[in-house]
Design a protein around this ligand. Structure first.
Ligand SMILES: Nc1nc2c(c(=O)[nH]1)N[C@H]1C(S)=C(S)[C@@H](COP(=O)(O)O)O[C@H]1N2
Ligand SMILES: [Mo]
Length: 221
């Protein structure tokens, strides 16, 4: 074999194998933050491998002018700045997101407990439903009891990096054990109500209870 042929074969093998190696994704870098891929002994899906879903594409929310409105059946309606939210006590947990399309991933979520946020405004006793409204016109709701009893958090970090803009910045609800359509992203307003509420997908027939493993649809809406 001529040296030039050997050189070509070695080059081709190198190109093929280096392609394979770069396919294996390590922790992603987001600005000056690097994601973590394990927490409390559990392995996390890298952000680059997590699937996503949205009705209208990415929403770009400005951190400085952002306000989270909390109103409805609360004692003191408030507009929180981003800084005010991240200064509240912080909680982290590993939770799976399950979309009704059949995909899922595991991530570390960090944010403020809904209980701590609602402590800031106080709630009126007959408030049973909490409605989440998003910048893209999306909405969904959950029972107040579910949110408080399960220590449900509003997340501002994902795998230890600031929730990326294309993933719901500044806030995504981590609706543990509920289907993905309850996990509102780009949240701009939270309203407390004493009436049942059907959000974007729920109005289109998806189950308003949305327990993972339970029925995805309701017979009559
Ligand atoms: N604002 C907003 N939030 C949303 C949606 C949306 O379209 N808009 N889609 C929901 C659905 S159906 C799923 S499965 C999850 C996906 O979350 P992810 O993109 O962070 O994986 O977001 C939920 N939250
Ligand atoms: Mo979904």
């Amino acid at each position: 074999m001529k040296p030039i042929h050997l050189f070509l074969i070695v080059s081709i093998i190198f190109v093929i194998t280096s392609g394979c190696i770069s396919e294996k994704k390590g922790p992603g870098v987001y600005g000056n933050q690097t994601e973590n891929l394990s927490y409390q002994g559990k392995s996390l899906t890298p952000i680059a491998e997590q699937q996503t879903r949205d009705i209208k594409g990415i929403q770009y929310i400005d951190r400085e002018s952002y306000r989270l409105q909390v109103n409805g059946l609360v004692k003191n309606p408030r507009n929180f700045t981003y800084e005010e939210i991240i200064e509240l006590p912080e909680t982290s947990k590993v939770v799976d997101l399950n979309c009704v399309e059949g995909w899922r991933y595991t991530a570390k979520w960090t944010g403020v407990k809904m209980a701590d946020l609602l402590n800031e405004t106080g709630t009126i006793d007959n408030a049973t439903t909490v409605i989440f409204y998003s910048a893209d016109g999306y909405s969904t709701s959950l029972d107040r009891d579910y949110l408080l009893k399960n220590n449900i958090i509003l997340a501002y970090r994902l795998n230890d990096v600031t929730l990326p803009q294309d993933r719901g910045f500044p806030l995504q609800l981590v609706a543990e054990s509920k289907y993905g359509y309850k996990w509102a992203k780009w949240i701009v307003r939270i309203e407390l109500s004493n009436l049942p509420y059907r959000g974007y997908w729920e109005q289109r027939g998806y189950n308003n209870t949305a327990d993972v493993g339970g029925p995805e649809f309701e017979r009559s809406v």
